[in-house]
Design a protein. Sequence first.
Length: 270
Amino acid sequence: MKTESKLDLLLHTGALLLGSGANSTRIERAIFDAARILRLPPDHVHLHLNLRTIMISVEDGGRYVTKFRKVKALGVNMLIISGMQRALERMVASGATADELRSELKRVGSLGQAYPEWLLILAVGLADGGFCTVLGGSVSAILFAVLGTMTGLFVRRKLHHAGFNLYFTVMIAAFVACVVAALNIPCHAPLLGLLNNLGLGVAADTAPTLAVAASVLYLIPGVPLINTFDDLLDGYTMMGLGRVTIATLIVLSVTCGMVVALNLLDISKI
């Protein structure tokens, strides 16, 4: 196999992981595992990572062959990350060939999300409902936090699939989640009264705006923030700074969406 073809496989390996939210150390390890499968000496492979590009240079008989690839989508897909890691470990141990690596990359790259859309939205909604419980929210606040989260996540995914800007998408999702969750303010007294009339003995809602606070927690960029510290501690300074910039802009987008919603609904504090 030509060096150029091997480089394409290495770039494909790195691009799948970078686009799926892997940290830089994991990406580097995967690329060098793929290089071993392709019978490329590790000291002949030189890697440069950027937030949206991967550049690899391979020494070949006294000359250097260099290619780079731009990664368009930056999301989180743990199915691809874990699948890639297991596949590479298995192929390195078994002495797999380049054709087997190519087939495995095609298989892993075709992996979608592990769960159906409705289950994902429901699970995230219940998770934010759990946060509302931790914050001390009542049954009514928990219910509207779940509804707000599910509605906001549904809107975010629709806008994302339509190709809208990441930060605009996050801002609109935060706004929608807050507006739906804020329905708890006028509805909590009748709802809790109904539940008490049914003999459930539900406590009064002393902080109905907790539903609003809990409904946007799913938008906090946990993976980019974790990868930021991983990259900075591992010496990938530019990657770490790039990731923390994205995370900061996402948090600011969430804040903007909340501020617009709170001012529109005339909510002074949460």
